[in-house]
Design a binder for this molecule. Structure first.
Ligand SMILES: [Zn+2]
Length: 279
């Protein structure tokens, strides 16, 4: 039956169709190495204020708020004339590449996302005076890398988990930090409230606590830190557990809180003026 010309023609047509389909799928696959850039347009009146890397790779749960969060950080970077690169490619974690950034933001990361050499490069980056920002599930990341756990300050409590998305009251206990200076003593907002496996107070500087009497699901008691910062291993680390929902990234106060954390992690100005000129 293979001698039938119509059958051969049909076979060729099917093979061509499959080949075209495969090519089409390959062409539309996301490139793992993709980095999207936000340039800072330096002028004499408004010089470039530095450069950040926003890393949102997920090895476990993936928050639906990632696109909204990235869009918000993109807008904040432009407003503050800070250059920003956005990627989910762990290959960005090399000595040479990390050296150009004033801070690296772990935005809604989860799970195991860096290999051993990438972890080592990030440790060297922090030891050389680099900055780290962790947002929400950044504490639900890299459980097998104890240095990272100390950098963040505390891991998410996988046994007791988190609350539903509910309203709660935050006590802002330190108003002197760039990430809290705009907040009043009580901050009422809706989010998913994390418990932590350990209380980080003692190894970090706590900025705010969430009041467990104002929502259901808290198991840390009267002292439940929810955002903090510290000098760590030669660099600076800032973490906020807020930011589960997409709506968070349209809240002016939450965005000011996050940008204040990024400003702290980037370090004193004009640290990166020389670098800024080459971006
Ligand atoms: Zn969450």
């Amino acid at each position: 039956m293979f001698k039938q010309p119509w059958f051969i023609a049909l076979l060729v047509a099917i093979i061509l169709a499959i080949a075209l389909l495969v090519l089409e799928v390959i062409a539309h696959m996301p490139t793992p190495a993709a980095i999207s850039h936000v340039a800072c347009n330096a002028t004499q009146a408004n010089p470039c204020q530095g450069k950040i890397l926003v890393f949102s790779k997920t090895g476990a749960f993936r928050h639906q708020s990632i696109p909204a969060a990235k869009a918000a950080l993109r807008k904040l970077a432009i407003e503050h004339n800070v250059a920003a690169d956005f990627t989910e490619d762990a290959a960005a974690f090399t000595d040479a590449n990390l050296a150009q950034y004033d801070a690296v933001v772990f935005l809604l990361t989860t799970g195991e996302i860096l290999d051993g050499s990438q972890q080592a490069a990030f440790e060297r980056y922090i030891r050389a005076g680099g900055g780290y920002v962790g947002i929400h599930s950044a504490s639900d990341t890299e459980y097998g890398w104890p240095w990272y756990g100390r950098l963040v300050g505390a891991y998410f409590d996988r046994i007791h988990g988190h609350s539903g998305i509910v309203q709660a009251t935050i006590h802002v206990t330190d108003h002197t930090h760039p990430s809290t200076v705009m907040l009043s003593a009580l901050w009422v907002r809706t989010d998913e409230w994390y418990n932590f496996a350990t209380n980080p107070r003692g190894s970090v500087h706590v900025l705010m606590t969430v009041d467990e009497k104002t929502y259901k699901g808290g198991v840390m008691g009267a002292d439940h830190p929810i955002a903090w910062y510290h000098d760590y291993d030669g660099g600076r680390a800032w973490y906020t557990a807020l930011g589960h929902t997409s709506e968070s990234y349209s809240e002016p106060l939450f965005l000011a809180h996050v940008w204040g954390g990024i400003t702290y992690a980037m370090g004193p100005r004009p640290r990166s003026t020389a670098k800024a000129l080459s971006t």
